[in-house]
Structure formats: structure tokens, C-alpha cells
Design a protein around this ligand. Structure first.
Ligand code: DHE
Length: 503
């Protein structure tokens, strides 16, 4: 007679001998971040087209060890080699049916929450709308509207799943635009505290930018390989721009930025050695030495690069683009001529997107944290030479200051000191204080109040908080409980393009 135990042992042995079931493994370990259909979610889409810069052997080690500077954990503790190999095979297998995501598909996702012409044009609260902060709470996918004068929450609303990139404001500060990793764009009215419209502009989206004149929103996508132009008033899709080089090679878009003085958007490409500049203002007044093509009524300049640059910074006048590659080289490109004018010493993985500038000793410097090394690089923006490498307790993600503050703040996002935040004197370029507001918990991302008096720092924990510091004495003033608050964004500092914050 076959006992229940024998039956169990037989099936266990059979399971151990059977080839790993990649689909089942994917469902169990990967689908929650990368999407059951592999089209992406918090994590990127896992399709051969998205992985073409990642060799198969490297893909296996990413699954085993995780990926630094991302949320991808390592699975070597739970998956053996055969299981990892089966998953690699799966993610390099094209989908039988990749959904089309062109303009009609995008249009069909649009949701209008409130008609703009029926909304009042004044704030429905007494607080100064330019002092507000938006705090993105990753823990439970909400955003808090914080009164930046009273330093108290004014309102809280649900967001789409996994927002990424900084929310962007309309030029007068009334509307804020939010992008989620799975492509949802939200227009939110900060006067009436209500969402206005939403649209899914991509399957795997990186970020969005709002034009300097407030008329357009541009969305950067990893999947499909497109830039999507939306009408900023209600998110009506205007144009879907395929990102390809004319020889059939396409590229993911790492990020798109607004360059208001140029009347353009500038896009960083992940798979082609090019930078794209898309003019929303008629560029016919200026002379461009570069070929300009028209795509859907937009003027597009394609600047050729020596290599792929996928993280950018711009000088305050938007004359220069400072780019870094994942391979560890930095370059300064003059945007008008499209010429590379200098190489910069930026080893490791600088996080230029989080760079800031200030004046010291009559020169303008750019400071950037580094995602791989415990260092802040300070670069003279006239000579493009490194003035100083400030050693920190570990790699950092975000850096901030304010025109009226003598300090710059940088977090230590990775490693055993992730609960530490350094305060750097902007004149001496020395760390003058290291704060640990919640020992053992990641402390990261600072933003100043409009007047620069207070610096707000996040504790990245489900039971986290925004900690308010006096920006001069560096003493804690108060703590506002929040659910894993990630970034926070002050309306005034953003719309006036403060040099101490990101754009
Ligand atoms: Fe970000 C901004 C790229 C991982 C939180 N991140 C940006 C921007 C880029 C970028 C290009 C600037 C766009 C903008 O603000 O419009 N981020 C990347 C990556 O390539 C990277 C390393 C890998 C990835 O998975 O995409 C990455 N980023 C993360 C995270 O793991 C973080 C910490 C948590 C999360 O939300 O996913 C994270 N990134 C942020 C935040 C900003 C951001 C909070 C906005 C910063 C700001 O203050 O403006």
C-alpha cells in the first residue's frame, strides 16, 4: 500500500528532478515588480528589446545578486542556478504579442476627473500656494500637500502606483504633474486640491517635463521607445514621437528635461549615442548648425555623442549639458553647436540628475553625489576641473541646498551608514555635521522651504517621517509622520528654478 508520506516523497523528488518552470518562478518572484505580462511596473519591462545592453551572463548575476542603486534585490538565497538560468531564458524570449501603445491606445486611457473650465481660479484654502510642498509617500502611494509656512499637512490624496522622478509644476505653480513607473500621468490642481485628468502615456515610463511656457507635458518612455507630447491643460495626447535613428535602431529614453531659456525639451537616450532636443517654441528665429527635422509639427535636433550619456545636468543658462555614462565617463556638450567641449573626471556612477550649483570664491561650482562611491564631486563650471572630492560615509542619491543657506545637504543612501546625512559648508567644502535622525533607517532627500529657513528631510520607512531642521542651527524643529516619504518638492523653489534643487 502506498502511504501518504511515500506519495509526498515521490512528488517532491519528481519536482526536484523536473526542469524549473520559468513561468511559475516568474509569477512567484518577479511579477509583483515587473508585471505579470513582463510589461513593467515598479521594475522595468523584462523583454529582449529592453535588455539589449544587458548580456545574458550579466542578467543571471543581476537576478542572483541584485542591482546596486535600484530596488532590485538578489535572489541567490532562494533560487538555484537552474532556476536563474530558466528565468534568464524567459526574459530573453520575445512576447508573442507586444501590445501596441500608440496615440489611439494612449487616448483611450484618458480619464477626465474635473473639467478645467468648471474649476475656480483661486486657492480654496488660506495658505500661500507658492509655499506649498508636494511630498510623495511611497509607502502607501499617496501624496501630501504640505503648507510650507505652517509646516503642517494641508491635504493628502492617493496617487498612481510607484511614482518616479520629481513631480513638475506649471509655471505659475497651480498644477502639478506626476508620473508613475507604469506610465500614468496625472494633472493635479493645487488650487482646488483635486485631480484634473490622467492618461497612460507609456508602458514603462521614466519621467515627465513641463515646458517653460506651461503648454506642454513631455513624457519619456522605456517602453515603447517613444516620447509622448501632451497638452498640459487636460493631458490630451498631441504627438507620439518614435525614438529611432533613421537606420531602424530604436532607443529607450532615460529621461526628458525642460530647457525653458531654449524653448525646448532635451531627452537623454539609453541605447543610442545621441541627445535629442525638441523645440516647442518656433526655432526659426535662431540659427541651428545642426540638422533639424520635423516630427508631428515639432522641430527635432539630434546631437551625436561619442558615447551614451544617460544622466544629465544643465548649467543655469542651459548653454551646456553635463552628461555621465554608466561606464564612468563625463562630458560637457555645448547645446548650440552640439560639440563636446570637455571631459570631466566623474568616476563611479555620478548622480548628475541630483546635482546642484552655487557660487564660491567668485566661481560657480557644480556638486554631484555618486551612486557607487562615497564621494561628492565638486566641479568648477568654468574650467570643468574637479575642485574637490568630498569623502562621505557611503554612496549618496540626493543633494540639496538653497540660495540663502550656507550649507549643502547630501544623503548616504547605500550601505551601513544609510541613516546618515552630511551637511557640507558651501565655502570650505568640508562636512561640518553628520545627522542621524532615525538610527538604522534610511534618511534621504532634502528640500528647503521657499525662504530657505528650514530643510525638510525624509525617513524612508513605512512608519517614516519628514523631519524639519532649522537650516542655520541644524537643530530639529519638528517631525511629521508619513508613510515612506520619498521626495518632496517646494512649489516656489521649483518654479523659480532655485539653484539648490532639481528641475
Ligand atoms: Fe530615480 C529622479 C533615474 C532609481 C527615486 N531618477 C530621477 C531622475 C532620473 C532617475 C533620470 C530625474 C528625472 C526627474 O526627476 O524628472 N532612478 C533613476 C535610475 O536610473 C535609477 C538608478 C534606476 C531605476 O530603477 O530607475 C533610479 N530613483 C531610483 C530609486 O530606486 C529611488 C530611490 C526610489 C524610487 O522611487 O524608485 C528613486 N528618482 C527618485 C526620486 C527622484 C528621482 C525621488 C526625484 C528627485 C528630485 O528631487 O527631483
Amino acid at each position: 500500500m502506498v502511504t501518504a508520506l511515500a506519495l509526498f516523497s515521490a512528488s517532491a523528488a519528481f519536482a526536484a528532478d523536473a526542469p524549473p518552470d520559468a513561468e511559475a518562478l516568474f509569477d512567484r518572484h518577479c511579477a509583483s515588480c515587473h508585471g505579470a505580462d513582463r510589461l513593467g511596473g515598479v521594475g522595468p519591462a523584462l523583454l529582449p528589446g529592453n535588455l539589449k545592453r544587458l548580456r545574458r551572463a550579466r542578467a543571471a548575476s543581476v537576478i542572483a545578486e541584485g542591482r546596486p542603486a535600484t530596488q532590485m534585490p538578489g535572489f541567490s538565497g532562494v533560487l538555484g542556478e537552474p532556476a536563474i538560468a530558466a528565468l534568464v531564458d524567459l526574459v530573453y524570449t520575445p512576447l508573442e504579442d507586444v501590445p501596441r501603445f500608440g496615440r489611439p491606445e494612449i487616448e483611450r486611457t484618458r480619464i477626465v476627473h474635473r473639467r478645467l473650465d468648471r474649476l475656480g481660479g483661486e486657492p480654496v484654502y488660506a495658505a500661500d500656494p507658492l509655499s506649498l510642498f508636494i511630498v510623495v509617500e511611497q509607502g502607501d502611494h499617496h501624496a501630501t500637500v504640505l503648507d510650507g509656512d505652517r509646516l503642517e499637512p494641508l491635504h493628502r490624496f492617493p496617487t498612481r502606483f510607484a511614482l518616479h522622478g520629481g513631480p513638475k509644476f506649471s509655471p505659475e505653480g497651480r498644477f502639478v504633474y506626476l508620473a508613475s513607473r507604469d506610465g500614468w500621468i496625472t494633472q493635479y490642481d493645487l488650487y482646488n486640491l483635486t485631480p484634473v485628468a490622467e492618461i497612460r502615456a507609456g508602458i514603462n515610463t521614466r519621467n515627465l517635463a513641463v515646458s517653460g511656457d506651461g503648454r506642454y507635458v513631455m513624457v519619456a518612455n522605456y517602453l515603447p521607445h517613444t516620447l509622448v507630447l501632451l497638452d498640459a491643460a487636460g493631458l490630451v495626447p498631441l504627438s507620439v514621437i518614435p525614438v529611432e535613428n533613421g537606420r531602424g535602431e530604436t532607443s529607450r529614453v532615460s529621461a526628458v528635461y525642460a530647457a525653458p531659456p531654449r524653448g525646448s525639451f532635451v531627452a537623454a537616450l539609453k541605447d543610442l549615442p545621441e541627445v535629442w532636443e525638441i523645440a516647442y517654441r518656433d526655432p526659426s528665429g535662431g540659427s541651428s548648425p545642426l540638422p533639424v527635422v520635423r516630427t508631428g509639427g515639432l522641430a527635432l535636433r539630434r546631437l551625436a555623442l561619442a558615447g551614451i550619456l544617460d544622466d544629465f545636468f544643465f548649467d543655469p543658462a542651459y548653454q551646456y549639458l553635463i552628461g555621465a555614462s554608466r561606464e564612468g565617463f563625463g562630458q560637457v556638450v555645448e547645446l548650440d553647436s552640439g560639440r563636446s567641449i570637455a571631459d570631466i573626471d566623474l568616476p563611479g556612477l555620478p548622480h548628475l540628475g541630483s546635482g546642484i550649483t552655487w557660487e564660491v570664491g567668485g566661481r560657480t561650482v557644480l556638486a554631484t553625489p555618486n551612486l557607487k562611491e562615497g564621494v561628492v564631486s565638486v566641479i568648477d563650471m568654468a574650467t570643468w576641473r574637479t575642485v574637490k572630492r568630498i569623502e562621505t560615509l557611503g554612496p549618496g542619491f540626493f543633494m540639496r541646498s538653497h540660495e540663502r543657506s550656507r550649507y549643502a545637504w547630501v544623503d548616504v543612501f547605500f550601505g551601513p551608514h544609510r541613516d546618515a546625512v552630511h551637511v557640507i559648508d558651501k565655502s570650505s567644502l568640508e562636512i561640518v555635521k553628520t545627522l542621524r535622525p532615525a538610527p538604522g533607517k534610511t534618511a534621504a532627500h532634502v528640500e528647503f522651504t521657499r525662504d530657505g529657513r528650514y530643510a525638510l528631510l525624509s525617513i524612508w520607512d513605512p512608519q517614516g517621517a519628514v523631519v524639519v531642521y532649522d537650516a542655520d542651527t541644524l537643530e530639529e524643529v519638528k517631525r511629521l509622520p508619513m508613510s515612506k516619504p520619498s521626495g518632496k518638492y517646494n512649489v516656489y523653489n521649483k518654479i523659480t528654478r532655485s539653484r539648490g534643487t532639481s528641475h
